[in-house]
Design a protein around this ligand. Structure first.
Ligand code: NOJ
Ligand code: CA
Length: 563
């Protein structure tokens, strides 16, 4: 049990490790990671020194969007296991002193959900249809969609059904948006929150938390601009970040507070920084992902601004902030940092598109990307707030950019019609390498000797990043993560003091801050983005992301100094 985990608000300073279940570890040999795979690797998870595991969706799903198309919210996909497997996994995690966070997908259900099937069967105007967003089309025979809204993955956001009505899907066509004005929807999600809380979930990650409340009434649908993203998010936007969405989370807070300790949730809400804090307020979810760190390129000013905004938002919300470098939706950060850097004002989507566009050639400097990833980790782990890690980042994995078209799974790859051939997000979702040499050809991903192929192809270079290879190498990324996480827990989290002071005076190519640490001492974290080495403050070097030049910090490196 990490000491942090014994308090009721453990999640405010937690290190949460995201498991993408289908790509973590496969116990039964069907080439798909499973819940028993997470249980089997509990020792590994514990050895990292994390506080909690967050599992991306493992519910029954046609997998049109990696499980974010849920067909049954209160069950386990038979390909991933059973409810009993979940119970055993949660028990093993708790036994090992780790919490469990599960994913809730409230904006849309799979079109295979029984509600959607009932809505289709019941026909226009029925109460069943009212749980979703069905509308008549335009044109003489309703043959045109209600308006020009586009799905996030590309293509129209409306799909016509056999009787002529259209339903809204902000994501894949297999993900029908729910109508949060319908009371059934409210009741059902409260039931789901209680269901998993009763089964041992300690918290929730809320998918597209900013999209639930929609305004389709205040003006004729056809009058909305085709791309509401172009407008300012907030009151004038019919889809994203509407003020009424917060009423839903205040209702959920009542459910969270039925439990002891109260459950918490972290919102995935891609909203302007000024609005982020509302989702995180103690009356609502508790936390919100702060994606500014992952959006920033390797520029001192951008990263500093991201940290400042995150800290300010946390203060405003009365909660703590979160830090994210990677997740299952973005190219892995050692790859991002090894590419020519673009300013984040153009948004990381640009990097994504550029990286994943088929046929693009780019030069990925892996040594540089790795060096910066190490520096970024130490800078991130020294900050107050919770850190969300994504499976495989502890192995220093890069994006797998060359998955053949025929083997891709991500709807972004198929629906993308951003006019370009975007290969989507599978490159960070490739099954983990556990063993460098495995004659069966999947780097130990599947436990049985005879097994199906891993569901996405693994590149040969995964061997260098396999868990067993990194275990055997004291200089590996894995050991760096373990060391840094242990030091964060022992020296920083343990104090309960979340204050941070910026150390100015190093110039604009350095990010340096000081935090109170164990033993009444001060920990200074210094990251050097400039070409010239910088002088470190006096004190004991607790950890450095790269070899120091005497007592100076070289470029693209972070050191923690205690005095
Ligand atoms: C955000 C999830 O992280 C992403 O993977 C998914 O495609 C969308 N929400 C839609 O559910
Ligand atoms: Ca399996």
């Amino acid at each position: 049990m990490t000491r942090n985990n014994t308090s009721a608000d453990w999640w405010k300073q937690a290190v949460v490790y995201q498991v993408y279940p289908r790509s973590f570890y496969d116990v039964n040999g069907d080439g798909i990671g499973d819940i028993r795979g997470v249980t089997a690797r509990m020792g590994y998870l514990k050895s990292l020194g994390i506080d909690a595991i967050w599992l991306s969706p493992f519910y029954p799903s046609p997998l049109a969007d990696g499980g974010y198309d849920v067909a049954d919210y209160r069950n386990v996909d038979p390909r991933l296991g059973t409810l009993e497997d979940f119970d055993a996994m949660a028990a093993a995690a708790h036994e090992a002193g780790m919490k469990v966070v599960v994913d809730i997908v409230p904006n849309h259900t799979s079109t295979e959900h029984e509600w959607f099937k009932a809505a289709l069967a019941a026909g226009p105007g029925s109460p069943e249809r009212d749980r979703y967003i069905f509308r008549p089309g335009r044109g003489e025979h309703g043959e045109l969609p209600p308006n020009g809204w586009k799905s996030t993955f590309g293509g129209p956001a409306w799909e016509r059904v056999a009787d002529g009505e259209w339903y809204l899907h902000l994501f894949a066509v297999e993900q029908a948006d729910l109508n949060w004005k319908n009371p059934d929807v409210h009741e059902d999600f409260k039931r789901t929150l209680r269901f998993w809380s009763d089964r041992g979930a300690d918290g929730f990650r809320i998918d597209v938390a900013h999209a639930l409340a929609k305004d389709l009434e205040s003006r004729p649908l056809a009058d909305w601009p085709d791309d509401p993203d172009e407008g300012e998010p907030g009151d004038d936007n019919p889809l994203w970040d509407r003020p009424e969405v917060h009423e839903i989370y205040r209702e959920w807070r009542q459910v969270f507070n039925e439990y002891e300790p109260a459950r918490f949730a972290v919102a995935e809400a891609w909203v302007v920084p000024e609005h982020q804090w509302m989702y995180a307020s103690p009356e609502e979810l508790g936390q919100v992902f702060n994606f500014q760190l992952s959006n920033a390129g390797w520029f001192a000013d951008e990263l500093r601004a991201a940290i400042e905004k995150g800290l300010a938002a946390a203060e405003q919300s009365g909660s703590t902030t979160t830090w994210v470098l990677s997740n299952h939706d973005m190219p892995r950060h050692p790859t991002r940092y090894g590419l020519p850097q673009v300013r984040s004002s153009v948004h990381h989507q640009l990097v994504t598109d550029w990286l994943l566009r088929d046929g693009t050639t780019y030069f990925e400097d892996r040594a540089l990307g790795t060096r910066r990833a190490r520096a970024a980790l130490l800078m991130e782990l020294g900050l107050p707030g919770s850190v969300y890690l994504y499976q495989g980042e502890e192995l220093g994995l890069f994006e797998v950019a060359d998955i053949p078209w025929g083997e891709l799974e991500d709807p972004e790859a198929f629906m993308s019609s951003h006019g370009d051939a975007i290969k989507g997000r599978d490159g960070c979702r490739v099954p983990l390498p556990w063993a460098a040499t495995d004659p069966s050809g999947d780097f130990g991903f599947s436990a049985p000797v005879d097994h199906e192929r891993a569901h996405l192809p693994q590149p040969a270079w995964f061997a260098e990043h396999a868990v067993d290879a990194e275990e055997a190498d004291a200089g590996s990324m894995l050991w760096f993560y373990r060391r840094a996480l242990a030091l964060r827990a022992e020296t920083l989290t343990v104090t309960g003091d979340t204050s941070l002071e910026w150390c100015r005076g190093y110039g604009d190519q350095v990010i340096a801050y000081a935090r109170p640490c164990a033993g009444g001492r001060t920990l200074t974290s210094v990251t050097n983005f400039g070409d010239a080495p910088v002088e470190l403050p006096e004190g004991e070097i607790l950890l450095a992301s790269a070899e120091l030049l005497g007592d100076r910090l070289p470029t693209d490196a972070t050191a923690w100094v205690v005095r």
